[in-house]
Design a protein around this ligand. Structure first.
Ligand code: TEU
Length: 551
């Protein structure tokens, strides 16, 4: 059985990974075809974003049937083949379960719409206010009201996301049983892990107007959330200690995460939190352009590291996923220091305490989409918010510039396999444009090159398995006030590891507050790096140092 502290998870967005049948959409067979590449990288689990039957209004996060595979992604035989072939290479599959909501195309919702009381009770229907407005002023995460009116009932249903993603009523025990049955179904198919989409939003509290925000404080980490997670755990994955689970925790608090991801294993193995990725937002507002607040980034990363460690709880650590812009474009450099900055950012994450997640293409330094026309965008969130910004009177150019930075489509362009036609992703017309920089950023040119970003990620994945100080060590920030350097120390038994990173393109001098005598270089992003008490750090320079005590 694998120890998840030593493991690395690789996220695949199947639609954009590899298309083997020329329809322009990637599918499960494409993943199977690339298993040797993933084995070479060394990852332990593949998190596959949803490939279940779905109208694809939110690229599969709008599930219409939890037990069937959308024909666009393949068949159950394709899934079984992928599972078998992955297992043969020591790789486990982790499925993405979306249980906060279903598609309005789901049979349950259709029956609810037909007036069946059993299924109406699966969702959250409410009367509007006497003045004819929705039940509360809550906003959908994708823009507009979180309530959709149905004239046939003179009622509204709740949708925290798109209006075709209706929120399930977890207070209904029948819903919780259905969900557990779905999890068991996939466990029986040999799945080794689960990622639970926005799982901390499932327990709704009071349905009241929010005079301070968009409503999230009424349903985030809601009143019965721990009870529901413990119940699901006991009914399903908790019975198989080999299964790893990660909960996507939207706007959560650390205190709740101590429980979600506690070492007692009563709820989940680990959590994704996102506070460190809101450092280029204005509060919770993403659709603005503000510079990255580096001090805040460190403060958040470090406090989550220390806080979770102090409570024996486990983080998932990451920069990238299918909802985030590409990290090299966001916090690094797409130009001169592309390679150095991509490697530095990798070191920052992969030496932390937690299980690292790599998002497809991150390991070769893929950049933001670089779209040049609005028509290239596909994401419902981006398109809705573009319209909202325009409706507020923002010029098309300004709204477009915000999309360029923050759109989720930045991470959804096809995986760049080769420098050839469509980056080797498809022989057809890709569903979303390929980034033309595939000419120089592609997997083919990096695998086997010892100096590539790919090889650097490969080394990091190995180091985590080799050194318990990385997988188990404690955590302490170093010189947190420095305006350019992000540095920390890990310790385990006689080993001490230092991870020192210049986060900026400007060279800087940095003196380690702790003696570095006896340290040797474990990894660096410049070939001629040399450890020393005072370091002259070059642009985006990163050093990982290790001291071992003779035993
Ligand atoms: O994401 C939840 C989520 O909160 C983000 O999409 C968020 O709304 C966005 O980044 C804010 O700008 C999960 C999935 O990862 C995402 O792809 C789905 O769209 C969403 O849930 C709904 O299922």
């Amino acid at each position: 059985m694998k120890d998840f502290r030593e493991c690395t998870v690789y996220e695949i967005y199947p639609k954009s990974f590899l298309d083997t049948n020329g329809d322009g959409l990637g599918e499960l067979r494409g993943v199977t075809r690339k298993l040797d590449y993933l084995k070479e990288l060394g990852v332990d689990y593949l998190w596959l974003t949803p490939f279940f039957v779905s109208p694809q209004n939110d690229n599969g996060y709008d599930v219409a049937d939890y037990r069937r595979i959308d024909p666009r992604y393949g068949t159950m035989e394709d899934f079984e083949e992928l599972s078998r072939e992955a297992a043969r290479r020591g790789i486990g599959l982790m499925l993405d379960m979306v249980f906060n909501h279903t598609s309005t195309d789901h049979e349950w919702f259709r029956k609810a719409l037909a007036g069946d009381p059993k299924y109406k009770a699966y969702y959250i229907f409410k009367k509007g206010k006497p003045d004819g407005t929705p039940p509360t002023n809550w906003e959908s995460k994708f823009g507009g009201s979180a309530w959709e009116y149905l004239p046939q009932f003179d009622e509204y249903y709740l949708h925290l996301f798109d209006k075709t993603q209706a929120d399930l009523n977890w207070d209904n025990p029948e819903v919780r049983q259905e969900v557990a049955d779905v999890v068991r179904f996939w466990m029986d198919k040999g799945v080794r892990g689960f990622r639970f989409d926005v799982i901390n939003l499932i327990s709704k509290g009071a349905f009241e107007d929010d005079d301070r925000g968009d409503g999230r404080r009424f349903y985030t980490d809601g009143p019965r959330i721990h009870e529901y997670l413990q119940e699901l755990n006991q009914r399903t994955f908790g019975r198989d200690p080999g299964i790893i689970t990660v909960g996507e925790m939207s706007s959560t608090t650390m205190e709740n995460c101590f429980r979600y991801a506690g070492a007692d294993g009563r709820e989940l193995s680990m959590v994704f939190s996102f506070h460190h990725l809101k450092v280029d937002f204005m509060g919770n507002e993403k659709w603005v352009l503000v510079p990255t607040d580096f001090a805040k980034l460190k403060e958040i990363l470090f406090s989550w590291q220390s806080g979770m460690a102090a409570h024996d709880a486990w983080n998932a650590v990451f920069w990238c996923n299918h909802d985030q812009p590409r990290v090299v474009s966001r916090f690094g450099d797409e130009g001169t220091y592309w390679k150095q900055s991509a490697k530095m950012l990798a070191d920052v994450i992969h030496c932390l305490r937690g299980t690292p997640y790599i998002y497809q293409g991150e390991e070769i330094g893929m950049t933001n989409a670089g779209f040049t026309d609005l028509s290239q965008y596909r994401d419902v969130e981006s398109l809705n918010h573009f319209q909202i910004l325009r409706d507020k009177g923002m010029s098309e150019e300004s709204a477009y510039n915000i999309l360029k930075v923050h759109s989720r489509d930045n991470s959804r362009t096809p995986m760049q396999w080769t420098d050839g036609e469509n980056a080797g992703f498809t022989a057809g017309t890709p569903w979303i444009s390929v980034n033309p920089n595939c000419r120089h950023i592609n997997a083919e040119s990096q695998v086997g090159d010892p100096d590539s970003i790919f090889s650097h990620y490969r080394a990091l994945i190995r180091l985590r398995k080799e050194y318990a100080v990385i997988s188990r060590g404690d955590f302490a920030p170093l010189d947190q006030a420095d305006p350019a350097v992000l540095a920390y120390r890990r310790r385990w038994k006689g080993d001490t590891l230092y991870c020192i990173n210049n986060f900026y393109p400007k060279p800087c001098r940095w003196t380690c507050p702790e003696p570095l005598d006896g340290c040797t270089l474990l990894l660096a992003n410049y070939p001629d790096a040399r450890p020393g008490q005072t370091l002259e750090l070059r642009p985006y320079e990163s050093l990982v140092l290790l001291r071992r005590e003779e035993s």
